[in-house]
Design a protein around this ligand. Structure first.
Ligand SMILES: NC(=O)c1ccc[n+]([C@@H]2O[C@H](COP(=O)([O-])OP(=O)(O)OC[C@H]3O[C@@H](n4cnc5c(N)ncnc54)[C@H](O)[C@@H]3O)[C@@H](O)[C@H]2O)c1
Length: 445
């Protein structure tokens, strides 16, 4: 099948590459010329395990190409994906301008029946808006061309994106058209062999399903974070609590880890977009407002522990920071808890020596020229001259450090573990003070 994908970000690039890898002929379209140039030169602009090799193979086989020429890409495409960003507007609603701009472009160039697929996370009713926008463009052209819009939300996780696209847990198709449904079934056939993962519903239900999924996951995280605060205050251990409740099959083990709050490009914006949608429809989003409030507060929790340890004075202190990305296996720093922490540390007059296995380039661009920010070559070199260590991302590389070395290098023997990756007793046995989230602090000296 000939396919075009608008937007070569975390979703569009991975989806395009995976479809090409399965034998479809895919053209990825973007307006960012620099990104396209990098991709044409074989450079992958994002960090995503396994992506580089499938992009390279697909390009080598002539199944995947990159362009800014929308008309060329649309011409002959049976399926056209919209995978552009839907960032939050000032009021928290999803900004649909990129999606609708692509819809208008599609309406300007489409020449035969095609299925337009909304992959972006979009508010309920967007499929109708996309249809209307395309129809308006067709009217302006004075042509009548049939098309269908399918809401097909994406559930990939950054860090596992390739695998999630190749082996999706479910494929949601929001459509009322049997013609579109059968074309989409054909498109996804290579990923739907083992058992039928396709769930067909109306476009509105499909759009709401995506928000419901992210709101549910964000709620689990915020609830566990709140219980971790209680564990801190009550002398309980959140890890034991997690194991205790995770063993209940009605609850399950996923998304029960307390930490420094959720971040990334999806949960924060999708929760706030759902709040906005609810309010517009006269619904009071009691739960989601609380989820958001807990997350805001949670991003300060580790900082408050740092301040307490240093008697509310961190002026001219230097912190080694391990982990900048909002989670491991990605370079994405959008809404990352590390950013909130760093701002707070800087406000207190501190300096930061940071290391992240993947997000160094992204961080360098965000904080270019910042006096209090130094990117270091390794986790060890970040410790050099530092007063304390703060861990913000649970990268595998950080999980088994040389604690003796940490103790030797740091000016104060203290670790603030924002992801609860260390065994407090082990850290204590080396003579290091330890502060986690929802765990008993260890204060030796
Ligand atoms: N990142 C994730 O983990 C994830 C997961 C599921 C769903 N989503 C959703 O998918 C959508 C895309 O997210 P992302 O993280 O890939 O975004 P992104 O910001 O990484 O990429 C978006 C791309 O779209 C391009 N673009 C913008 N306007 C365009 C236009 N008119 N024509 C062509 N390209 C254009 C941008 O240049 C950019 O390269 C969002 O709605 C997001 O909520 C993201």
């Amino acid at each position: 099948m000939k396919i075009s994908v608008f937007g070569t970000g975390y979703v569009g690039l991975v989806q395009g590459a995976v479809l090409a890898d399965a034998g479809h002929l895919v053209v990825c379209v973007d307006i960012n010329e620099r990104k396209l140039e990098e991709l044409r030169n074989g450079f992958i602009p994002i960090y995503e395990p396994g992506l580089e090799s499938i992009v390279r193979n697909a390009v080598g086989q002539g199944l995947l190409s990159f362009t800014s020429n929308a008309s060329e890409a649309i011409n002959g495409s049976e399926v056209i994906f919209i995978a552009v960003g839907t960032p939050p507007d000032e009021d928290g609603s999803a900004d649909l301008s990129h999606v609708l701009s692509v819809a208008q472009t599609i309406g300007s160039y489409i020449s035969a029946y095609a299925v337009i697929v909304d992959k972006s996370t979009v508010p309920v009713g967007t499929a109708d808006q996309v249809s209307e926008t395309i129809n308006n463009s067709l009217k302006t052209r004075g042509v009548a061309i049939e098309f269908d819009v399918v809401a097909n939300p994406e559930f990939l996780k950054e860090g596992d994106a390739v695998m999630d696209c190749q082996r999706p847990a479910r494929i949601i198709l929001g459509t009322n058209s049997t013609r579109a449904e059968s074309l989409m079934r054909e498109l996804y056939e290579p990923f739907n062999r083992n058992h039928d993962k396709i769930i067909v519903m109306t476009p509105r239900s499909a759009e709401l399903t995506k928000y419901a999924a992210n709101c549910m996951l964000a709620t689990r995280i915020s609830l566990m974070n709140e219980i971790a605060i209680a564990a801190d205050a009550l002398g309980a251990d959140i890890d034991s609590v997690r194991q205790g409740i995770g063993s209940d099959p009605r609850i399950g083990t996923h998304f029960l880890y307390a930490g420094t709050g959720y971040g990334g490009s999806c949960f924060p914006k999708d929760v706030s977009a759902m709040i906005n949608t609810s309010q517009k429809h006269g619904i009071q989003p009691y739960i989601l407002e609380a989820v958001e409030a807990r997350n805001r507060a949670q991003k300060r929790v580790l900082f408050d522990k740092v301040m307490k340890y240093f008697d509310n004075n961190i002026k001219d202190k230097t912190f080694a920071l391990w982990g900048l990305s909002f989670k491991p296996n990605t370079d994405d720093m959008r809404d990352a808890p590390s950013r909130v922490l760093m701002e707070l540390l800087w406000q207190g007059g501190a300096k930061i020596r940071a290391f992240d296995p993947a997000a160094m380039k992204v961080a360098g661009e965000i904080y270019a020229g910042h006096q209090g920010f130094k990117l270091c070559d390794s986790s060890e070199s970040a410790l050099s001259g530092a007063d304390a260590l703060i861990v913000m991302t649970e990268w595998k590389q950080f999980k088994t450090p040389d604690f003796n070395l940490i103790k030797r290098i740091l000016n104060y023997p203290v670790i603030f573990d924002g992801r609860n990756i260390y065994n407090p007793e082990k850290v204590k046995s080396i003579g290091i003070n330890y502060f986690g989230i929802g765990r008993q602090s260890i204060f030796i000296s």
